[in-house]
Ligand binder design. Structure first.
Ligand code: DX5
Ligand code: ZN
Length: 218
């Protein structure tokens, strides 16, 4: 079963509550993008916004950390209520820490641990972590901004990862993030994606609930 995770980055920051209620009613998760202007060339929001979201949201909070040194902040995000926390392999590389140690830390904090990569990182770099992760996050745009065009190559990358996990008999959910809409949902699901993150295709739609429904391809 596909899960839909609307990205609140595309929500209405002047009045988030209606967007959160729409997510409670129609979606499976809320995707929360945290950007630090260092790992990615944009800054989004941090703890105060996340804590406000936590007061209203009823579906699990899926926090996508696009920050350097994720290991410094994971405990705080878990305490703020994140049930799923992903960080970038590139950030672990930059910090000189094995991603496995950060995955362990996420687990110790009681959250599900996800490992993310941008479109220019070879998918086989994820293979050593198949046993340890709870999910993988394949970026289908370069992390940093909502509203970018979906990179078609991502479908093959998802399929490659899915097939490797099948070979090992260790299937972990694959989340896909960036330029996802009803137009590519079926192809992504066929390739093996289970969690579809969608920002602009949900929040820029005239009827966000209907946009979510259209993405439920199975
Ligand atoms: C991009 C973020 C995405 C973004 C997706 O760096 O990680 O979650 O909000 O937005 P859309 O669906 O508009 O590409
Ligand atoms: Zn994201």
């Amino acid at each position: 079963m596909i899960q839909i995770a609307p990205s609140i980055l595309s929500g209405n920051f002047l009045h988030l509550e209606p967007d959160l209620k729409m997510i409670n009613e129609h979606a499976d998760l809320i995707h929360i993008d945290v950007m630090d202007g260092s790992l990615v060339p944009n800054i989004s929001f941090g703890f105060p916004v996340m804590e406000a979201i936590a007061k209203v949201i009823e579906v699990p909070m899926d926090v996508h950390l696009m920050i350097v040194h994720p290991e410094k902040y994971i405990e705080r995000f878990a305490k703020a209520g994140a049930q799923m926390i992903s960080f970038h392999l590139e950030a672990a590389d930059e910090a000189g820490i094995d991603a496995g140690e950060i995955l362990d830390l996420v687990h110790r904090c009681g959250a599900k641990a996800g490992l993310a990569i941008d479109p220019d990182v070879p998918v086989d770099r994820l293979y050593p972590y198949i046993e340890k992760v709870d999910f993988f996050l394949i970026m289908s745009v370069f992390a940093g901004f909502g509203g970018q065009k979906f990179i078609e190559d991502s479908i093959g990358r998802i399929r490659q990862l899915h097939e490797e996990m099948e070979r090992r008999g260790l299937l972990r959910p694959i989340e896909v993030d960036g330029g996802v809409s009803a137009a590519n949902a079926a192809q992504l699901a066929d390739a093996g994606a289970e969690i579809l993150v969608a920002g602009s295709s949900v929040f820029k739609a005239a009827d966000p609930a209907e946009a979510i429904k259209q993405m439920r391809v199975r």
